[in-house]
Design a protein around this ligand. Structure first.
Ligand SMILES: Nc1ncnc2c1ncn2[C@@H]1O[C@H](COP(=O)(O)OP(=O)(O)O)[C@@H](O)[C@H]1O
Ligand SMILES: [Mg+2]
Length: 420
């Protein structure tokens, strides 16, 4: 029995060709879902047929067979996108099995998510909220106005600050970012304003502060909502006078710095609570940009996903595909960590998976969530278990104690401590 008759006996419709020329002609005319070819035929080879089939239809599954397989031909077949490579002699069942797999792969083959034109800016998103942000950035960038950027963590506050700087006349000058929450309050002043030698213990040499080293450029004060009242006064004075006085220095000097600030806290509320000076808030709030959380602009997720997949394909030299089902799964998630989290999830899953589809996204999200569950102490785990058992017994403490394997009075003691 020939391969053709075996396939026909199994219900496949088969066209045959007896020379490479005939096969290539026929492949040029119409697309075939599956092509089976020997490698060594006449003056041309099965690799030429593979190429012709793929040129006509990149999804065509080409099964090559040969009795003289070499590393080179197998490599060439793989590189050319062959579906399978079968060594002769083989059982007809082996061929039927390969054809069945090719058919199944084709059926499962989802349409790849359409490649969208990417904007040139590094800030991705075209939802109305993002377009609003771009407008504000373009208007405020050429000025020296102070800008306060509010928004949850990972929404792109620092990216906006960098954009403002890069579209400003200061673009060629330094941009220095300072995370105010990461610097101990006692050191913030010398960090920003500088200090002279001997100003305090450990100051064994003059220290240039951030405002001075960023002279003529931009300073980005991140987490500004976290600075202490004392320092709020000093910062306010700096914003009004454009002068710094390094700790321990006899006199002040002038610096030309544009200040951009960001916070993930509600500054308005902090001022209402008296934790943030109203006058400083006014001084910072010349222009206010509020970054929307990602869950409120899910229409940007396809663009962002495409952007990050391309980015990591280049960085890791991969060819991971973004599938429609993957985009959909990403769009359904709530992203408490916003764009930063989306970016990390895509990066992590691309290391392991060849396709960003519903399954690989679900796996990555599950892995992330289990990793990010806070680590419990033994006491916390015990309290959790007590609560669960009490809930299961409808609050019956005797039964709960029995299930937990402890005495009733021990349970009472523990509950006392837990204050429930
Ligand atoms: N709209 C966006 N387009 C592309 N990348 C973004 C966007 N928003 C945020 N990112 C990326 O997400 C990460 C977090 O952004 P960042 O500006 O540091 O957020 P935040 O300061 O609000 O915590 C960065 O790697 C940033 O490049
Ligand atoms: Mg940040």
């Amino acid at each position: 029995m020939t391969i053709a008759t075996a396939l026909e006996a199994n219900g496949y419709q088969v066209d045959t060709a007896s020379t490479t020329g005939e096969a290539i002609d026929r492949l040029g005319g119409s697309a075939y879902p599956i092509v089976i070819s020997d490698i060594y035929i006449d003056e041309r080879t099965g690799l030429d047929i593979l190429e012709a089939a793929k040129r006509k239809d990149p999804r065509c599954a080409v099964i090559l067979m040969t009795g003289r397989g070499t590393v080179e031909t197998v490599m060439a077949a793989t590189r050319g996108g062959a579906f399978d490579y079968i060594a002769k002699p083989f059982d007809l069942d082996v061929m039927l099995d390969a054809v069945a797999r090719a058919e199944a792969a084709r059926d499962n083959h989802e349409e790849e998510a359409e490649e969208e034109e990417l904007p040139e800016t590094r800030m991705i998103g075209s939802s109305p909220a993002m377009v609003d942000t771009y407008k504000k950035v373009s208007r405020v960038a050429p000025t020296t106005a102070t800008v306060i950027i509010e928004g949850e963590t990972g929404t792109g506050k620092e990216l906006v600050a960098r954009m403002i700087h890069s579209f400003s006349p200061r673009a060629a000058q330094p941009f220095v970012a300072v995370d105010c929450a990461a610097i101990p309050p006692t050191l913030l002043e010398s960090e920003l304003f500088g200090a002279v030698r001997g100003a305090f213990t450990g100051a064994d040499r003059d220290r240039t502060g951030v405002f001075e080293s960023a002279n003529r450029g931009t300073v980005f004060l991140d987490e500004i909502g976290d600075i202490e009242p004392d320092f709020q006064v000093k910062l306010l004075r700096f914003l009004q006078e454009h002068e710094i006085r390094p700790v321990g220095a006899p006199r002040a000097k002038e610096v030309d710095v544009r200040v951009l600030a960001a916070t993930n806290r509600d500054l308005q509320q902090l001022t209402d609570e008296g934790k943030f000076r109203l006058d400083l808030w006014y001084r910072l709030n010349v222009v206010r940009i509020v970054m929307p959380p990602l869950r409120d602009r899910r229409s940007d997720i396809p663009l962002l996903a495409r952007y990050f997949v391309n980015k990591y394909n280049v960085r890791y030299d991969r060819e991971v595909k973004l599938m429609d089902s993957g985009v959909k799964a990403l769009q359904e998630y709530t992203w408490p960590g916003n764009v930063r989290q989306l970016q990390h999830v895509i990066e992590r899953l691309m290391v392991l998976a060849d396709r960003v589809d519903a399954d690989s996204v679900d796996d990555a999200l599950t892995a992330m969530e289990s990793r990010e569950r806070p680590v419990e102490t033994l006491a916390e785990a015990e309290e959790d278990q007590i609560r669960r058992v009490l809930a299961a017994t409808g609050g019956n403490k005797s039964k709960a104690a029995q299930i937990l394997g402890i005495e009733r009075k021990t349970l009472y003691r523990k509950l006392e401590r837990m204050k429930v």
